[in-house]
Design a binder for this molecule. Structure first.
Ligand SMILES: C[S@@+](CC[C@H](N)C(=O)[O-])C[C@H]1O[C@@H](n2cnc3c(N)ncnc32)[C@H](O)[C@@H]1O
Length: 197
């Protein structure tokens, strides 16, 4: 995995399932993860949802995830750019999820209009990113041998873009914000939005 952040972040069952389960009935939900990587999040969530689809720009990571989930009929991985029109039918998804992936996209506005297109009415868009505290500590160079290839300044800039986009979404009344900057176990920032009509 070229970005070392994948090595970090303990996005376990509690952190992912509890907040999502507050807003949707997961076992009946169709879930779409953008930037699904090697399937780490699918491993945690797919046993608890009706259908899981992961999209990632990396062919190699998608192949890896497909190998792991071979034979699982409710799990699919697709190679696609999260910043283009997604190969997903409109209004077919109950939960759309980004875990440590939104900051990779250059056009957040386009990403969110795709979220509006593919989500069912009242569908949930959930954004998980590490908090600034975690980024600062983990990438100080002391704790992680991969920190040399990570640039915290550029990460902070990207996160500022994400925050600006969240304000934009609110001002446009496209989504209701259900949760913002909630910290789970002290170090995970979470935003959960619900699609409005
Ligand atoms: C830090 S990893 C997170 C992977 C996974 N969500 C997890 O938490 O284990 C970020 C992922 O985003 C993917 N990615 C980066 N740019 C993308 C894009 N434009 N469209 C889709 N996926 C992208 C990368 O290939 C990588 O797998």
């Amino acid at each position: 995995m070229e970005n070392p952040l994948i090595m970090h972040g303990d996005f376990n069952k509690d952190i992912l399932l509890k907040p999502l389960g507050r807003y949707v009935s997961l076992e009946q939900s169709s879930l779409l993860e953008i930037g699904s990587g090697n399937g780490r999040i699918a491993r945690v969530l797919s046993p608890h949802v009706n259908r899981y689809v992961g999209i990632d720009i990396s062919d190699e990571l998608v192949q890896m995830a497909r190998r792991e989930f071979f034979g699982r009929t409710n799990v699919d991985f697709i190679v696609a750019d999260g910043n283009s029109t997604l190969p997903i039918r409109e209004e077919s998804v109950d939960v759309m999820l980004y875990v440590m992936a939104l900051h990779f996209l250059h056009d957040h506005q386009a990403a969110f209009s795709e979220a509006r297109r593919v989500l069912r009415l009242a569908g949930v868009l959930a954004l998980f990113e590490p908090s600034e505290k975690e980024v600062g500590e983990a990438w100080s160079g002391m704790l992680n041998p991969f920190s040399g290839s990570f640039n915290p300044t550029s990460y902070q800039r990207k996160m500022e873009d994400v925050r600006r986009m969240n304000s934009f979404l609110e001002s446009q009344s496209l989504f209701d914000v259900l949760e913002r900057n909630t910290e789970y176990r002290g170090n995970k920032v979470l935003m959960v939005l619900r699609k409005k009509s």
